[in-house]
Design a protein around this ligand. Structure first.
Ligand SMILES: [Zn+2]
Ligand SMILES: [Zn+2]
Length: 145
């Protein structure tokens, strides 16, 4: 279902979709795109190497998971604690791709702070569910393979 949401992404780098589920109900959903969907805020084709090290977040678009969390905060904030967040990425051909090991510390901190219980990713080895503290630790300790 997060794969379907990803189809709406307008990012030119990676299309991502995310849903947040609590007790079988989707309480938030999002896809990545420029902030405010403002076309001239699009930075997808910029190289991350051109930004200074101090620039906190070099990713071009608002992340799908951030959007899903904003959506849940707007519409179902009381249901967020104990919920589960799913993320799916699509390749350029629109097919679901395996996710990398956790590395986004923006989303890991935000989800942990909100009291989301589990983060679910689709890896080559299968669908993996992480507790949020573990997910945050793994994200900060990410090493490229
Ligand atoms: Zn983008
Ligand atoms: Zn993120």
């Amino acid at each position: 279902m997060s794969g379907d949401v990803a189809k709406s992404s307008s990012c030119e780098r990676v299309k991502g979709g995310s849903v947040i589920v609590k007790d079988g109900e989707i309480i938030g959903r999002g896809f990545n795109s420029p902030p405010g969907n403002i076309e001239n805020q699009k930075r997808c084709l910029n190289s991350k190497k051109d930004y200074d090290a101090k620039v906190t977040d070099k990713t071009c678009c608002i992340h799908a998971e951030e959007r899903a969390m904003f959506d849940a905060l707007r519409n179902n904030s009381e249901k967020i604690p104990g919920s589960r967040i799913y993320f799916t990425r699509l390749g350029s051909n629109g097919e679901i791709e395996f996710s990398k090991e956790p590395y986004c510390t923006i989303c890991s901190k935000m989800a942990l702070d909100l009291g989301i219980k589990e983060f679910v990713l689709y890896h080559e080895k299968g669908i993996c569910s992480y507790g949020l503290e573990e997910y945050n630790e793994l994200s900060f300790n990410y090493l490229p393979k």
